[in-house]
Design a binder for this molecule. Structure first.
Ligand code: GAR
Length: 223
């Protein structure tokens, strides 16, 4: 994207890995100034691990059953991240809550993607929650991770409509296409050193081809 040095990402994923794939694609295409240094999973059969292998990226399974507490598990993960000199951690469908110790070690350097417009519908099955609630709009959120569940400062959100005929699957698929777009965008803004957190708010310095409002809210404004 520019001549700038690439930041090193550690991606934590528990499953399918489509967000990981989008990040790898953006890295390989040079649309983000970042490389995936390691992929870590808490599930031995996660497709994310296989994807990493296919792209020549280091991949590790950390077995939760071999660690007595979640903090012990996190210490093992932190050790791998340090060895790979990771600068930004991306949670991509990682289905564990990180311990306060982990958050403290990487404060403001952990991002998560969530398939709803936070603070609505945090936690599991966000798309189903939106459907059951009867929301007319939903979407996805990239945010920094703090000690809560899906509570950290919001970086970018994308909005999608909820249609009358939607099922869990159709709404999830519509949201997912925007997840793939905004996650890479957030990583690039971080890589460019343009994100500043003040309290709950994340400010983006400088302008580029996108207008400020478009940087923060995709979907309805960028169909
Ligand atoms: C994505 O929809 C992501 O937003 C969600 O899990 C899916 C992972 O898909 N994450 C959460 O619900 C976290 N609360 P992927 O493995 O294909 O990237």
């Amino acid at each position: 994207m520019s001549g700038r040095e690439k930041i090193r990402l550690g991606v934590l994923a528990s499953g399918r890995g489509s967000n990981l794939q989008a990040i790898i694609d953006a890295s390989e295409a040079g649309t983000i100034d970042a490389v995936v240094a390691i992929v870590i999973s808490d599930a031995a059969d996660a497709r994310a691990l296989e994807l990493a292998g296919r792209h020549g990226i280091d991949a590790a399974f950390v077995d939760p059953r071999l660690h007595a507490t979640s903090e012990d598990f996190d210490v093992a993960v932190i050790d791998l991240l340090r060895k790979h000199e990771v600068e930004l951690i991306c949670l991509a469908g990682f289905m564990r809550v990180l311990s306060p110790h982990f958050i403290g070690e990487y404060r403001n350097r952990i991002m998560n993607i969530h398939p709803a417009l936070l603070p609505a519908f945090p936690g599991l099955h966000a798309q189903r929650q939106a459907l059951r609630y009867g929301a007319k709009l939903s979407g996805c959120t990239v945010h920094f991770v703090d000690e809560g569940v899906d509570t950290g400062p919001i970086i970018i959100q994308a909005v999608v409509p909820v249609l009358d005929e939607d099922t869990d699957e159709s709404l999830s698929a519509r949201i997912l296409t925007y997840e793939h777009r905004i996650y890479s965008r957030a990583i690039q803004l971080f890589a460019e050193g343009r994100l500043e957190i003040r309290g709950r708010r994340v400010y983006c310095h400088g302008t580029d081809t996108l207008q400020q409002h478009e940087t923060y809210a995709w979907g309805v404004t960028n169909p």
